[in-house]
Design a protein around this ligand. Sequence first.
Ligand code: ATP
Length: 471
Amino acid sequence: QQKTMEKIVALCKGRGFVFPGSEIYGGLANSWDYGPLGVEMKNNVKRAWMKKFVQENRYNVGLDSAILMNSEVWKASGHVATFNDPLIDCKACKMRHRADKLVEDFNAENNITDVNVESMTSEDLVNYINEKGVVCSGCGKHDFTDIRKFNLMFKTHQGVTEESSNEVYLRPETAQGIFVNFPAIQRTTRRKIPFGVCQVGKSFRNEITPGNFIFRIREFEQMELEFFCEPGTDLEWFAYWRAYCHDWLKGLNVSDENLRLRDHDAEELSFYSKATTDFEYRFPFGWGELWGIADRTDYDLTQHMEHSGKDLSYFDQEKNQRYTPYVIEPSLGADRMTLALLVEAYDEEVVDEAKNDVRTVMRFHPAIAPFKVAVLPLSKKLGEKAMEIQDMLSKDWMVDYDETGSIGKRYRREDEIGTPYCVTVDFQTVGNEEKGEVADHCVTVRDRDTMEQVRMPISELRSYLAEKLAY
Ligand code: ATP
């Protein structure tokens, strides 16, 4: 039994987590729609993040800034000038490649580990490709065009005319919305440094090589924190957030064996960054960046001060001193996180070897599971009572209801979508006056992971589940 992307994608499509986008029109490459279960799950991911980073954290507040921003923002942030990928085409088969990716793949295949591709310029890449005789992965030939830069931002127009003066970009990250609101948030919340601002929202990147299901897509959601602190305290705060992020993942049952915290060495660091750690997750297709945490120094605020002419510095009253805050940025993709949790949860458990009986179980943390409970009447005749229980429980949780097929099949269906508890209503629950059987007003609760069942009064159900499902 293996976790493969094929199995996980098939489950997602088959059960309504994620569908290919625009499917009835033949799709739109690498676009995905979250179905009824997927939307619950991704919302749970975002909620769990907001809970940990805003509700439970004394330093942080929330923000929801606009996707479309004044284009000057993207000049200041450097995205207009430098948010590029180096593109190269194969002259023979016309296949388009990201030059850096081509080199990375070549190095991986040839066990070359001492070359830092991220710090290579376009020129370095061309030279390397020619020197090593790197070939096209499509046709195996070594015959490439020159490298050209391709900006990853989606551009559109605001208003009725398509002039360059009203060009706007779809934001490629949520972070800039936080930086430009820094003074307003500081003023209105009367926060003192250190404090942070959290934002969840869509970002858009015209990725050249999207793929691996929802790992790399062109329209995705980010969950970003920009944490503002006094210069000189930044490395301490970097360590604090690095540990805090790790803690959140552990709390959602992301196992350490599938997680690796990779600190960038001096050579790999961006010029403005003092420290960066990539949290990498072991996806079925290999290790991939999940969460990037960076000490961005005062780079962003300084850039915005220069471009806007506005003062974004902070006056520390206690110290009677003015400074530009340093920023620690943990940046996580909601879709990538959702994918990591799908991979982490996927399990095929041998229930009975002799009968070759294997069940597929999504072992989601209860906070992540789309449905927390399923109510299953043993017979359709028990539907009224079962729905009454569903109505009661759905005040607190997403509750599934299923009355078709054998009870065993229904348990398996719930296992497959990771529902932590099934509540079964049987004839004893309601009794039968004609036959003189008294109702016991009890239901059976089955645990997804242990498959153990306990019988309990309906009146105790809610508090039992509340304790089990607490997050
Ligand atoms: P990569 O190297 O994978 O392109 P990046 O270093 O450009 O990522 P950041 O700009 O640091 O990524 O973005 C922060 C986070 O946003 C990433 O760690 C990832 O979780 C998420 N993310 C970035 N690009 C995408 C994408 N195209 N699809 C889904 N999630 C993304």
